[in-house]
Design a protein around this ligand. Sequence first.
Ligand code: ZN
Ligand code: ZN
Length: 218
Amino acid sequence: MTIKHHLTDDLLMSYAAGTLSEAFSLAVATHISLCDECRAALGAYEAMGGAILDSDLDGGDDLAPMSDDALARAMARLDLPAPIAAPKKPKHPVLPAPLQDYVGTDLSVIKWRKLGMGVRQAILPTKGKGSARLLHIPAGQAVPDHGHRGMELTLVLKGAFRDEAQQFARGDIEIATEADEHTPVAMGDEDCICLAVTDAPLRFNALIPRLMQPIFRI
Ligand code: ZN
Ligand code: ZN
């Protein structure tokens, strides 16, 4: 499996610092569980964070006072997410380990809700800012044309989707921001399952999806 679309350095650094919301942490952890490249980059950021922290606690030299917030930051580091590989979970062809905490390993028991045009969603229970959901898009079907009021991460778990000229397959993550408007389409003859995370409601152009937004919490 070759992953072509990766996390940004910003997201990796925020994850290493433990400042992402649960929904975004889930998307980052899920991508990292599939992507050697981003896992290596995260390791480097965590090591860098540790080195900076160590030098803060030493105060650099004996005369320099410890910075006021060094202890607070040291305490905050204790709350960092556990290393991804820590609890060994069974390998699943669709659901990577971080997602198994939310939906288990049996795709057939996921409670899908219709979003219209054959697209279905299952909202995941995450706390704090942002929301996370699994999307099930039938082969050849498009997600209704929409824009974004914040950031949206869409990680492919099964099948693939096309967005303009770009293609996204298992492990690939698409990062959309307020500047982006798109109509992702499930490619080929396989249904596409994605993990989608947003920190603000989407902007739908068609009336029906717009009316349904409060119900779908999308
Ligand atoms: Zn990656
Ligand atoms: Zn989008």
